[in-house]
Design a protein around this ligand. Structure first.
Ligand code: FE2
Length: 409
């Protein structure tokens, strides 16, 4: 890292360099703490957040029971209820340095409350947090009459991304049709794509290769994201290496969601059990962009969570073997710069003169220490303004401070 001064005016970085003249209206001495551009949460079901226990708890903890519980709750949701819960999660996120979120709004079924609530949130909180809304057909688009129309309806309402769930269609043939339909709609309406792809332990679930092929054929490289992709944890080496090349050539982004998938995948296995994660480490080595999401926060799939992308990166690090000296800082990039690439917001992202003055100051000196300590976010700056501040916890033992760092370190 480099030690520099940063100056902002009118919400944008104006000067970056060593020992700038200190003439700002407001100044912060970061005292050589680590500074990064904002954290990016690439995958979050904000419409379901904070509904855990409504109308009943997911007793088994499985994905399928989660979808059933959510299906029971969905028809009764109102736009205001969705807005209020999602707004609270945005507050938690921004307070911890996440200033970019890609949210998913369930558009299956008759109720428009989820997509309307999240679109209103996107527009109302834009000064504080950049939100992209994906139309996510939770139940597929070909299993039930009318669901394909509801996906198209959400595009008309103004979502940023077209979503899908091909592995959840009744047959693999319908799954293939779904992928093609998603690409047609995105191309026709100039939207980005973010598909729940192969979120299963079935090694025969291979819709990702179809997404790669369509990305090239539709000319949408850089604007397509495949989320979860947990079947990749069950692909054998030959197929995996072939797939990595396809993904890199297509310029697809892959999003890993460690919370739900660490609990859901491999659940039906006898021991030894599979981990069920996308091959994050191998994808990065192959030149594929990978980023991270919280996915689930106190909802029918996951009763825990607190919207912290550093905790998500730390959990993903363990499940994907990213523990090498150079790999740990790379995990922080998966939660920051790589996330911005997934959202295709690089023009408005990064600590560079002329770009929006957004940043996070961590209560730690390095990426490794941030991930080891789950360091608090001392200050969060959005458009040149301090929007969040955390006073670090102070622990004492027999009256002496305990810092959880090596003596003299
Ligand atoms: Fe998801």
């Amino acid at each position: 890292g480099r030690l520099v001064d940063l100056a902002a005016e009118g919400g944008r970085w104006t000067r970056i360099g060593e020992s700038l003249a200190a003439d700002g209206a407001e100044e912060i001495d970061a005292e050589a703490r680590l500074v990064t551009p904002p954290l990016v949460d690439c995958h979050l079901h904000l419409d379901a957040s904070l509904t855990a226990g409504r109308p009943r708890w997911n007793e088994s903890g499985t994905l399928i029971e989660g979808i059933q519980v959510w299906g029971e709750l969905k028809p009764s949701l109102t736009e205001q209820d969705v807005f209020d819960r999602a707004h609270e999660i945005v507050r938690w996120s921004v307070a911890q340095g996440t200033l970019f979120i890609r949210a998913h709004a369930d558009v299956s079924g008759e109720n428009e409350a989820m997509v309307r609530g999240l679109l209103r949130l996107r527009d109302e909180v834009a000064d504080l947090c950049t939100i992209q809304v994906t139309a996510f057909p939770q139940d597929g688009i070909f299993a039930r009459d009318g669901d394909e129309e509801m996906l198209e309806n959400a595009i008309r309402l103004g979502v940023d991304c077209v979503g899908g769930i091909p592995h959840y269609e009744p047959t693999s043939e319908l799954g293939l049709r779904e992928v093609h339909r998603v690409f047609e709609l995105a191309k026709q309406h100039s939207r980005r794509i973010d598909v729940h792809c192969d979120e299963t332990d079935d090694p025969n679930s291979r819709f990702l290769e179809v997404m790669a092929d369509d990305t090239v054929k539709f000319g949408l490289g850089g604007r397509v994201t495949a989320s979860h992709c947990t079947a990749m944890g069950s692909y054998e080496p030959y197929y995996s290496s072939k797939l990595h090349g396809f993904l890199r050539r297509a310029g697809i982004n892959v999003v890993v969601n460690p919370y739900a998938n660490s609990l859901i995948q491999g659940r039906l296995d006898v021991y030894p059990k599979r981990r069920g994660f996308a091959q994050l480490k191998e994808l990065l080595a192959a030149g594929v962009n990978v980023s991270l999401g919280n996915d689930v926060i106190m909802d029918p799939w996951y009763s825990m969570g607190r919207a912290d992308m550093i905790e998500a990166a730390s959990l993903a690090l363990h499940f994907t073997y990213m523990s090498g000296r150079e790999e740990i800082p790379e995990m922080l990039r998966c939660a920051t710069e790589r996330g911005a690439r997934t959202l295709a917001v690089e023009d408005e992202y990064g600590i560079e003169e002329g770009k929006p003055a957004d940043l996070v100051v961590f209560e730690a000196p390095s990426a490794i220490e941030v991930l080891r300590l789950h360091a608090s976010r001392r200050w969060v700056i959005r458009r040149g303004r301090v929007v969040a501040e955390t006073t670090p916890a102070r622990t004492t033992l027999l009256g002496e401070p305990v810092t959880f760092s090596p003596p003299g370190g």
